[in-house]
Design a protein around this ligand. Sequence first.
Ligand SMILES: O=C(O)C1=C[C@@H](OP(=O)(O)O)[C@@H](O)[C@H](O)C1
Ligand SMILES: C=C(OP(=O)(O)O)C(=O)O
Length: 426
Amino acid sequence: MRVLIENRLLGGSVRAIPSKSMAHRHFIAAALAEAPSRVVCPGMSEDIKATMDCLEAMGVMFNRKKSEYEVMSETKKWSAGADEALKLPCKESGSTLRFLLPVVAALGIKVEFHEEGRLPQRPLSPLYEELQKHGCRLSPQGVTPLRCQGKLEAGIYEIPGNISSQFITGLLFALPLLKGDSEIRLTSALESARYVDMTLQVLKQYGVVVSCTEEGFQIPGGQSYLAQQSVQIEGDWSNAAFWLTAAAMGKKITVTCLDENSTQGDKKILDILKRMGAKVEQRDWEATVTPERLDGTDIDAGDIPDLVPILAAAAAVSRGKTRIYNAGRLRLKESDRLKSVSQVLNGLGGQVRELEDGLEITGRERLAGGRVDAAGDHRIAMMAAVAAMVCENPVEICGAQAVNKSYPGFFEDYQSLGGKVVMEQI
Ligand SMILES: O=C(O)C1=C[C@@H](OP(=O)(O)O)[C@@H](O)[C@H](O)C1
Ligand SMILES: C=C(OP(=O)(O)O)C(=O)O
């Protein structure tokens, strides 16, 4: 899909969509419980659906009534060593693959993970080798489908914390299911740490015990997940960040249904926008940003990788320089995001320098506009759409359907905030 966007400022109020990260976690935890749970998820995306489709392929049932899903599984029936491998369609979702790989290994189910887009190229090592060391047989990396069989064994798992926190989340879901006790030892500092906090919060809610140690985590074996009567998926701060930043760059916007006490690390967007000069308010489950003149700043992206594209767009029209550092892992996402952010913003007339582990952005009054490619990446498509507000000329985004990965209603919400978008299916 190609979209053409006019340079109008957005303003008004919009409801946050359900958190993709939380939805993955709750659907997996509910599927692992021995009795039915209810999960209320008022919105879907390709990634959340990928997790649900994989679980369904494993025998989990989702009885849907509007936005409420009754999650039913018969974990006891999940057969170790069946002849036929189950086909799990993970599409392009890194979370789905990296969370479910250790889980299927712990359950001893023989599966094939079918990956799409850039997913086969995104790293699985050293989770891959640690699973092999502990009894799991895996087909070569980088070739889809990825085949997995064997039964995972309890023990000590050594994993660096600076490649993907999703490795740790996957192990945290899986290791409590094993007979013996396990330990995750982090061999380097943990980045994206708030995502692991989200996992720990969900595990605790489902009655799974994990203790944090100096080196990592201790996970007693033989545990069960407790079914939940009703769980509401909270609002998504990572996607709300696009509207909150658009507000800082243009006109006042309120995003509703956002929990200020959320464990989501991306709620940090408010602190960063405030530091750049915007006025931010947060109360009663909503966040409001009012524009002021923005100044460039230094941003440590170690814990907030998904905020980088939209913050780069704001920096492109802020006074002075912005340096984004600790962002090397952005090269491992749906696109090489350091490259795609610089290509798109420079393509629109910005001044962005790609560094090995970050970006240096020199702000300008306005951008020029023009035609850009979303690089198959939802966060790049959404960044370009927000940047279009501050361009002299219209912006054409090729491959804009990438938004479906996390936010299928993005362009509808863009229009509801006053944006003018022409969508063309090609
Ligand atoms: O656990 C999660 O839900 C996520 C963790 C982060 O990945 P990394 O830990 O690989 O940085 C983040 O970028 C991704 O969008 C979602
Ligand atoms: C990187 C992302 O997701 P995942 O790793 O789950 O594909 C994202 O949503 O930006």
